[in-house]
Design a protein around this ligand. Structure first.
Ligand SMILES: CC(C)(COP(=O)(O)OP(=O)(O)OC[C@H]1O[C@@H](n2cnc3c(N)ncnc32)[C@H](O)[C@@H]1OP(=O)(O)O)[C@@H](O)C(=O)NCCC(=O)NCCS
Length: 412
């Protein structure tokens, strides 16, 4: 548990005693306030983006509106929104240097030496070399870079999936179809198929839910990097690296892999039976972390999870055929059974990554692209935080408690 001393505003100085430092220590910075932000607020009963609550945004806003809100700082009027959408659409295509890199990455992806998140990380770095504002940290340049990153990350994901599938790059010249919105175009570039309205809206809402989440690990990484007055692309490349881990963004892929593992173990007829309880018991006994459950901040449940679960459930009911061997709704039956057992036995709620796994799966999205899609959303929050850090900077440099050997003489 965090010590109450961890929230004291006065920073530990070199004059602070070892006892005071030890009292202020909280492993994993749990409960420590790492800074101030006007971008987002997480409370046990609310998630707010710049004053707007997440249920309200998911029900009434589009991802483009939320991206504007986060990056430009206020709700757009219709003229501002049209201008913003046009700016982003105009920036969708990739510089040939980035396209060439993605085309060359097929072997690494096929061999497993690289996963899609690694390709996104490297592509973001190369984007930096191709950006005319690369070394300019001014507010205006940062906003231009943020819009370019927002526009280009779906193109990176789409082109990468085309390379994996061995097909010609879709939308090479324009970064997709300019008549499609951000979420629909992302799906189109991955598959070559224009999504249905329901598919596009489900993706749109998932991007809204993933767009921002205060001082999570990847956003904090971006803030630490930009706090050295390093540039936006360096910060975002670091953010991608942090998001990849299964304790953070990688959990949406890991959650779906876990559900597939349960299905393989209990069989389609085992869903809804005690076989699932037995699988879970074994996981508890081996102290296995179940992916898509738990949260460092939310202790009574993640507000985003219910929104995405309901949307995915609704879509599943409309989809004919089977997905990974069972009908779409059966994945939600299994997911709900797992959720119920976790809550009853461990009092642990699902986080947004749990319904995301099932929802993206029944939309036919390849599992290794789930976390890159998270990047396509969180790029807005990361860039907003980089801009906020640069606008009112102080180097982020905490202290540590030394646990190494006692001092000794080199020649003694
Ligand atoms: C997100 C996460 C890292 C938060 O961790 P945390 O705040 O450090 O919480 P802890 O790991 O200290 O967990 C507290 C207790 O709950 C248990 N717990 C937490 N999440 C769990 C999970 N997903 N599965 C099983 N047990 C879990 C821990 O084992 C621990 O039990 P203990 O006190 O008996 O040792 C953690 O819940 C987790 O690893 N979840 C799975 C990964 C995931 O879904 N990440 C996405 C987050 S949005």
């Amino acid at each position: 548990m965090p010590s109450t001393a961890a929230t004291h505003p006065a920073p530990a100085s070199s004059a602070t005693s070892k006892a005071d430092q030890a009292a202020a220590f909280a492993k994993g910075l749990e409960g420590v306030i790492g800074g101030q932000t006007g971008v987002c607020s997480i409370e046990q009963d609310k998630l707010i983006y710049r004053g707007f609550e997440i249920h309200d945004l998911a029900a009434h806003a589009t991802f483009e509106e939320v991206a504007f809100l986060l990056l430009e700082g206020h709700k757009p009027d219709s003229r501002e929104l049209e201008r913003f959408k046009a700016e982003v659409i105009a920036e969708r295509a990739l510089h040939p240097a980035v396209t060439t890199f993605i085309e060359s990455a097929g072997g690494w992806l096929a061999s497993g030496r690289a996963v899609p998140m690694d390709i996104v990380r490297t592509a973001v770095s190369i984007l930096g070399h191709t950006d005319p504002d690369a070394q300019d940290n001014s507010a205006a340049a940062n906003l231009r870079k943020a819009k370019r990153l927002l526009a280009k990350i779906p193109t990176i994901i789409g082109h990468m999936q085309n390379v994996i599938d061995g097909r010609a790059l879709i939308g090479r010249e324009l970064g997709g179809d300019p008549s499609l919105g951000h979420a629909a175009n992302l799906l189109y570039m991955m598959t070559g198929r224009r999504p249905t309205t329901a598919e596009a809206r489900t993706m749109d809402v998932s991007l809204i839910l993933y767009a921002e989440h205060e001082f999570n690990a990847s956003t904090f990484t971006c803030r630490v990097i930009s706090g050295t007055l390093s540039d936006m692309h360096s910060a975002i490349a670091g953010g991608v690296g942090a998001l990849k881990g299964p304790l953070h963004g990688g959990a949406n892929e890991a959650a779906m892999d876990m559900l597939k593992e349960i299905l393989a173990s209990v069989g389609p007829d085992g869903i809804g039976t005690p076989k699932v309880d037995a699988w879970m018991e074994q996981a508890f006994t081996s102290k296995r972390k179940l992916m898509g459950f738990g949260h460092r901040v939310y202790k009574n449940g993640d507000h985003r999870a219910g929104i995405l679960h309901a949307l995915g459930r609704k879509m599943a009911a409309t989809l004919p055929g089977t997905f990974g061997g069972i009908p779409a709704s059966k994945w939600f039956d299994l997911g709900e059974q797992v959720q119920k057992i976790m809550l009853t036995k461990k009092n642990i709620h699902p986080n947004v990554d749990f319904p995301c796994g099932m929802t993206y799966f029944i939309m036919g999205i390849p599992v290794p692209q789930y976390t890159p899609i998270f990047v396509a959303a969180r790029i807005t929050g990361w860039c907003a935080h980089v801009m906020e850090q640069h606008a009112d900077n102080r180097l982020i440099r905490p202290l540590s408690i030394y646990t190494g050997p006692a001092e000794k003489k080199w020649n003694g």
